[in-house]
Design a protein around this ligand. Sequence first.
Ligand SMILES: [Zn+2]
Length: 297
Amino acid sequence: MIKSDYLIKAVDNDKQVRIILASTTGLVEEAHRRHHTSATASAALGRVLTAALMMGSDLKGEEDALTLRVNGDGPAGSIVATVDSTGKGRALISAPQADLPPQAPGKLDVGGLVGKNGYLEIITDLGLRQPFTGRVNLISGEIAEDLAQYYIQSEQIPSLVSLGVLVDRDLSIKSAGGLIIQAMPGARDDILETMENNVKNMGPISEAIHNSESLEELLDRVMNGVPYHQVEERELAFNCKCSSERLGVILSGLSDEEIADICEETGRLEVTCNFCNQAYTFSRDEIEVIKNKKPRI
Ligand SMILES: [Zn+2]
């Protein structure tokens, strides 16, 4: 069992491929606890959040952010994860309680829950005037395959993507993580084949993470026969940027009549952050203070 959430990056010594490996069990468990997700919804949400954290590990600037949105026609609705450049991320799913019977014992039907018709979108905000948006149609709704499709279509990078979440009987997260292998331009076929075979031998990524002591140990297995060196390691965590002040801004947009209506029964107003399910309560007086701080348009 890998005890903490982190990711590592490596390249082979001939610079033919790069690899990112992430272990995210703790933070997917936190996403599950906060959103009260069903088993299949945990897997879908966990895969999207893990993928976003791996992609976000290329962000450099303090204010940079990456959003991965998966919008399929299945019962899950949309799934959105936003991550920053320090390995912190948050995620939401429209229908956290939605669930489907497993396709086979232990094989959650993420593709069915997400749906096959729809899109996967990456929004990269590097603090420029316009964030960069790339979008591809979903192939299977299983996320990993869809993300590989994104890499080839949007960035012309052949990639092998593997994402997995193992859910226990009590719905807690047993293990979660991901693997991305990307071929550099002109990468040699023999190296790609060796690694593909290594990944096949490793089996599902969630089980490999469950049965390993560290990502370094897994990296060694994936790179078996290919000399490599590790280039980076970073901690990962579930973290939401919401605060009473930020959500208060939403309230300041309501009219006096709307506030009076909402406060009529309890005298208080509750707002919940979609990303982390944290509830914030405001009294009538507090709302007035917030409203008066904002310039009226
Ligand atoms: Zn929040």
